[in-house]
Design a protein around this ligand. Sequence first.
Ligand SMILES: C[S@@+](CC[C@H](N)C(=O)[O-])C[C@H]1O[C@@H](n2cnc3c(N)ncnc32)[C@H](O)[C@@H]1O
Length: 255
Amino acid sequence: MTQMIPAPLFGVIERLQGDLPWGSLLDAGTGMKSALWAGGLRTERWTAVTADPGHLAETRAGLREPLRPQDRLVAGNWTDPALLAGEVHDTVLAEYLLGAVEGFSPYFQERLFARLRPLVGRRLYVVGLDPYVSGSAEGEAGRLVQAIGRFRDGCALLAGETPYREFPAEWALERLEQAGMRILFAQRFPNHYTMEWVEMQLATSQALMERIADRGLARALSAQAGKLRRKASAMIGRLGCLAYGADYVVAAEPG
Ligand SMILES: C[S@@+](CC[C@H](N)C(=O)[O-])C[C@H]1O[C@@H](n2cnc3c(N)ncnc32)[C@H](O)[C@@H]1O
């Protein structure tokens, strides 16, 4: 259920940061992409948190450089008041953390930014994805992106997993302000989904199908995945990509 961050969004954050030093950086919802990015910045120290110990091991194994003595990869859940209690980090990154909270601490989204707020010394960057699985999608590309998202999430539910739940940028802005953050920047970046994205969603769905006890249902879902792949391949061949929905970047500072 990984969302592919368009690499330019890290560039947006770098431009927003400008000449400000990164200082002590906290990656509040880490993974391979943000860890590789953060690990390459000139930080004084770098702390990366994940709620998933398996994800932690994968992230550690994928690092290009060994961790410096002052850097940490931490397994912990933001619902735990003791996690990084009393720490302050100059820069905090919440990259696709909000959508993932549903899988690790459902119903906590409302309190996420208030929980992170005391940890933010200077800047908080939030990267999120506008919801595209619920509601009604417009246009053929939109309907297909939604169908693929619904298919992936349906497989997750049938496999006994909780799919991610995304929140719109406006929801995030309201909660940030309620948490005492001042918004410095907020912008949407339209998504252009390629076949690589489609294949990633279908590979995730396939892995989930393996865990569905009803094998007849799993076979029917696998056939449906093939139909979605063919439809996406034809549409991307015709349109170049599936242009639909948006990611967003928000920069905020303690108010
Ligand atoms: C979609 S991944 C983030 C993507 C990541 N930045 C990357 O580069 O791939 C979401 C991350 O947030 C973490 N996460 C979700 N809910 C959490 C919670 N309640 N406490 C701590 N970490 C959480 C997950 O464990 C995971 O590491």
